[in-house]
Design a protein around this ligand. Structure first.
Ligand SMILES: [Zn+2]
Length: 127
């Protein structure tokens, strides 16, 4: 799902996309300084692999996402904004791309499977 930057309204607009078993839904709207604010939630199941043994894990996710999208290179004018800013150079916002990069960052976190978790607990007891 893509929307042209120019066409983003100032009033909150709903969006919803899904990718495999993941659902990405929320609202987006234009805010001052030519930014677009996205408030959404990513939920569902993500296939990842255990960082320790490489086994497949079905990770249940339920992550609130709040970010700003900037048309072009972002140069902060006001006080620091403590939200992630995504720079868009194509003139349109691609929600699938946003979802993909959020999923990538979840994937790159450290996740271990239940078995390794048990192993870890056993090891911790032994020491
Ligand atoms: Zn494991």
């Amino acid at each position: 799902m893509q929307i042209e930057f120019k066409k983003v309204p100032f009033s909150k607009k709903d969006f919803q996309i899904s990718y495999n078993l993941v659902n990405f839904e929320g609202t987006f709207c234009k805010i001052p300084q030519e930014l677009v604010k996205v408030e959404a939630n990513i939920s569902g199941k993500l296939d990842i692999i255990c960082s320790r043994c490489g086994k497949d894990i079905d990770l249940a996710i339920d992550e609130p996402i709040e970010l700003l999208i900037c048309d072009g290179i972002y140069s902060p004018k006001e006080d620091d904004i403590d939200l992630d800013v995504v720079e868009v150079l194509s003139g349109s916002i691609d929600f699938n791309e946003i979802l993909n990069s959020e999923l990538e960052s979840i994937r790159s976190d450290y996740h271990i499977c239940d078995e390794c978790l048990k192993d870890n607990q056993i090891l911790e007891k032994e020491f």
